[in-house]
Design a protein around this ligand. Structure first.
Ligand code: ADP
Ligand code: ZN
Length: 286
């Protein structure tokens, strides 16, 4: 049996799998580390786990040679900043634990069971309250001394956009210009309530397409998978594909754009499924 945690800023989803099937799943609110982990332990204590996988909100320490490996780093979430999350889990359960970001776990889940099945690589990008991305290359999660922060790349401005941007660090990085809150800040209306013919969607698609061009040029994944609340707008996906084709201008060969840039295959589930699959992977590698 394997345990998986998709640790989000508002809730933790915990699940146990046996022979590839999820046999139990719960959701607990993210409050303080002590409170939340007490509920997490109550759940997992019921099982004899062989390994666990954690996909966590971040930023997190992912470099095993760094003393803050396994820590949650500069989060505004009260009590979690510099918290040794992985250490607390390992103290309770003396088993192998796979540790990565929520978006990396989602990319892994999508690669093995979702929209990128049969591929060796994929990139997952969530467009919601923030923008974040994860990458799996040759079946392995891509990581350096830190995990990628794909939401904070710089993009060129749309000529009709003078919105300053919401990012507290950069103002007009990708996340500052294209995450859900920027749509609401420009229009005064939440994305889910905006009509499809509103001009802001073209602006949105322009920024997202630039990001996907940049990721394609630097990482060359076999598939790009989009998820998150904003991508519930089906028409936006088509606009992103069109702008991607225009901006790439035929320079790099990618698969046909309808196959290359797609919606996630297991909406809202790929994160926990990926975490469980990472538990299985770390178990087999031990
Ligand atoms: P989070 O990123 O916090 O996990 P979501 O992925 O649901 O949560 O993203 C929330 C953001 O997505 C909000 O800014 C919200 O306005 C926007 N959003 C949610 N649903 C839609 C929708 N159907 N169309 C456009 N924007 C949406
Ligand atoms: Zn930023």
């Amino acid at each position: 049996m394997y345990g998986g945690i998709e640790a989000g800023g508002t809730k933790f989803i915990c699940a146990v799998s046996d022979q590839g099937e999820i046999i139990e799943k719960i959701s607990v609110p993210t409050t303080t580390p002590n409170e939340t982990l007490a509920l997490v332990f109550d759940f997992f204590d019921q099982y004899e786990l062989e390994a666990m996988g954690i996909g966590s909100f971040g930023p997190i320490g992912v470099d095993p040679t760094n003393e803050r490996y396994g820590y949650v780093l500069a989060t505004p979430k009260k009590g979690w900043k510099n918290y040794d999350f992985l250490g607390s889990i390992k103290e309770r359960y003396d088993i192998p634990v796979a540790w990565t970001t929520d978006v990396n776990a989602t990319a892994y889940g999508e690669l093995l069971k979702g929209a990128a099945q049969g591929k060796n690589s994929c990139l997952y990008l969530t467009v919601g309250t923030g923008i974040g991305g994860g990458v799996v290359l040759n079946g392995e999660i891509f990581s350096g001394s830190a995990h990628p922060e794909m939401g904070h790349i710089m993009v060129k401005r749309h000529p009709d956009d003078d919105y300053e941007g919401t990012c507290p660090y950069h103002k007009d990085c990708l996340e500052g210009l294209a995450a859900g809150p920027s749509i609401e800040a420009r229009t005064g209306i939440k994305g889910q309530d905006l009509p499809e013919d509103h001009p802001v969607w073209d602006i949105q698609a322009f920024y997202l397409a630039q990001a996907l061009v940049n990721y394609s040029l630097t990482l060359a994944p076999e598939k790009i998978i989009l998820g998150g609340g904003v991508m519930n707008q089906g028409h936006l996906l088509q606009k992103v594909r069109e702008q991607f084709t225009t901006l790439m201008a035929g320079y790099m060969e990618t698969p046909p754009v309808e196959e290359y840039i797609v919606q996630w295959g297991i909406p809202n589930e790929s994160g926990i499924i990926g975490s469980l699959l990472l538990a299985e992977k770390v178990h087999q590698e031990k």
